[in-house]
Write a protein that binds this ligand. Structure first.
Ligand code: HEC
Length: 185
């Protein structure tokens, strides 16, 4: 076959192809972005805004006895299911509910008037695939600093890690019960 430079001109690769190539090359990469999924930046705000009202620290408001603001709560086995199965988004009930075809099963419930976008769901899946840790991404911090920060934040429930500037319309409630557990692995 003759390669004729005058007629066959190399064209820039479509952006989608470039992104796809980047994704397959980097296991910690995320769909639609070049930066790794970060729990605190990408996942926690979504869960806090759209899930914690019913699956958060307030035991009285909690639905289905499911707590998603702690790693322990999210990974607890319930009737053979777990909301979060680290490393396995397809087995994680929270992903199934976020994508559920039946609107009466989909989370968050329609009556909450809130939705989670396809892009946000894709990030949640990527986060779960990467282990579903309830902590910041420590990979880029020196080990010593990482250990110090772990000591400060590693045992706190997600709400506290998010920072005092955020509230979840749970005024007056104890956001940080001593029973809450969290892990970053
Ligand atoms: C307005 C309250 C409300 C909000 C907000 C809400 N949920 Fe739910 N959730 C419920 C109720 C009620 C149930 C139990 C009924 C059912 O299974 O559909 C439930 C059930 C679930 C279950 C199934 C639990 C099991 O073991 O079967 C999962 C998983 C879940 N929610 C995930 C989420 C996620 C993820 C979010 C945020 C994106 C969310 N929910 C937001 C009310 C809520």
């Amino acid at each position: 076959m003759v390669y004729d430079r005058r007629t066959v001109r190399p064209r820039p690769l479509p952006l989608a192809l470039v992104l796809a190539a980047g994704l397959s090359a980097q296991t910690h990469s995320s769909p639609g972005g070049s930066t790794p999924v970060d729990f605190r930046r990408d996942i926690l705000p979504v869960l806090a805004d759209r899930c914690f009202r019913c699956h958060g620290p307030d035991a009285k408001a909690r639905k289905a006895k499911l707590r998603l603001d702690t790693f322990a709560g999210a990974t607890a086995e319930r009737d053979g299911r777990r909301a979060l199965v680290p490393g396995d988004p397809a087995a994680s009930a929270m992903v199934a509910r976020l994508r559920h075809a039946d609107p009466s099963k989909r989370m968050p419930p329609a009556r909450s008037k809130q939705t989670v976008t396809e892009r946000e769901i894709a990030r949640i899946e990527e986060w779960i695939r990467n282990g579903g840790a309830y902590a910041a991404h420590w990979d880029d911090t020196p080990p010593r600093r990482s250990a110090e920060r772990r000591g400060v934040e590693g045992d706190l429930p997600a709400a506290r890690v998010l920072g005092a500037h955020r509230t979840f319309h749970l005024g007056g409630l104890d956001l940080y019960p001593a029973s809450a557990t969290q892990t970053d692995s």
